[in-house]
Design a protein around this ligand. Structure first.
Ligand code: HGY
Ligand code: MN
Ligand code: MN
Length: 407
């Protein structure tokens, strides 16, 4: 039975993790950054060494293909990372996909369909969530591109220009769905369930939708010493009250799986002796059921209005990005389960609390995902890790899933 080379895959994972190595040992490889572009060049060279046909599309999605024609079976993930993240989030899916195509080519396994591996642009959404796969699946609106920017204000148009891309060309990356037969992505679970159950392979049934909003409370700057407490219009306190009550609303009023958090807070003028005049929150909420997600979004916006009114200040809610929940294809789930059975590995059908490019691919082709356990359920942090045996099992399940789908 054909199997991947774990040592070669681990060499690639170690090599990729060097690009954007942060002082604390984590990986900081934001989309379009010099570290990301060096990693892209390294990946293209590895794909060429593996004998694949390579290309980069107008959105910076990077492809390696084994075989000719269409429709192709697509696999992959992303090589951009969160700030100070781990070495496996995204990298595992891209490099295990490359290892599978290399292994299939070396073993000269006959294929009915070509196989393509891809690294999607800006999956983590420094500028725009799931950007590369959003463009590839035809969802990118030209008018939105000039508005896309990082939390520090850096514009997508400028970041892509620094990397040699014209952002306004990005919508040209949209493909004809008929060029695809299926998509399957290997990823670390980034949560505790597989490890807790001692099950080596997760078969993903659905991926949560994610709504990201900026909520800005506008109060009044006042002297922090002389202004009576009852007269203050303190924007930060409004934001703090909203954050705690919004969390309650999502936990109690959601599906029981619904989650929310406030990943960034900005208070202006940001000095101790002026009452905060402005407080901006970046809120994210996630849920598998689209109706529940839309209702929570509406209810949180209404709550923000009530909190502001009671405190006699103003509030605006700005939508930053929305990814709809996705149900993944039964046919691909069955192909993953058949591959795992062949390798005598137990599987667990589960939902993904993390967003993934597969949720965009699911709108134009049969899409699926394979999870492997994360040590301690940890991810998006330098000590993100998975057991080498778990990596080998996941890559071999991916290999046989691809063979099930392409031959
Ligand atoms: O944020 C996420 O869910 C994913 O890691 N991009
Ligand atoms: Mn991630
Ligand atoms: Mn990821």
């Amino acid at each position: 039975m054909v199997k991947i080379s774990l040592s070669r895959l681990r060499q690639d994972l170690t090599a990729l993790a060097h690009f954007g190595r942060a002082p604390g040992g984590g990986v900081s490889r934001p989309a379009w950054s010099p570290a990301h572009e060096e990693a892209r060049a390294w990946l293209l060279a590895r794909m060429k060494q593996a004998g694949l046909e390579t290309w980069v599309d107008p959105t910076g999605n990077t492809f390696g293909k084994l075989g000719d024609g269409a429709p192709a079976v697509l696999t992959g993930s992303h090589i951009d990372s969160v700030p100070d993240g781990g070495p496996l989030d995204g990298a595992l899916g891209v490099l295990a996909g490359l290892e599978c195509l290399r292994t299939i080519r070396e073993a000269a396994v006959p294929l009915k369909r070509p196989l393509t591996v891809v690294a999607w642009s800006d999956e983590e959404g420094r500028y725009q969530s799931l950007f590369g796969s959003r463009a590839f699946t035809g969802k990118l609106k030209m008018a939105d591109i000039p508005k896309m920017r990082a939390p520090d204000g850096d514009r997508l148009v400028d970041a892509m220009a620094r990397a040699g891309f014209n952002a306004l060309e990005a919508p040209r990356a949209a493909v004809d769905p008929r060029t695809l037969a299926a998509y399957v992505e290997l990823h670390i679970e980034q949560g505790p369930h597989l490890e807790a159950r001692g099950i080596p392979i997760g078969v993903v049934e659905g991926i949560v939708g994610i709504r990201r909003n900026r909520i800005v409370f506008q109060g009044e700057p006042d002297h922090a010493g002389t202004t009576p407490m009852a007269r203050r219009k303190d924007a930060f306190l409004a934001a703090a009250e909203y954050a705690l009550r919004a969390r309650e609303l999502v936990v109690k009023g959601g599906s029981g799986r619904s989650v929310t958090n406030f990943g960034a807070v900005e208070v202006k003028p940001g000095v101790t002796n002026i009452v905060p005049a402005r407080a901006a929150l970046l809120q994210e909420m996630r849920e598998l059921d689209p109706e529940v997600l839309a209702r929570l979004d509406r209810e949180c916006a209404a709550l923000a209005g009530r909190v502001a009114k009671r405190r006699r200040i103003r509030v605006t809610v700005q939508r930053l990005s929305r990814n709809e929940p996705a149900r993944l294809a039964h046919e691909v789930q069955r192909a993953i389960e058949a591959a795992a059975a062949r390798l005598q590995l137990r599987t667990l059908r589960m939902a993904s609390g993390a967003g993934h490019d597969a949720q965009n691919l699911a709108t134009i082709t049969k899409a699926g995902m394979i999870f492997i356990p994360s040590k301690g359920g940890r991810s998006h942090r330098p000590d993100e890790a998975s057991d080498p045996r778990a990596i080998e099992r996941g890559a071999n399940v991916l290999l046989h899933t691809l063979l099930n789908l392409a031959s």
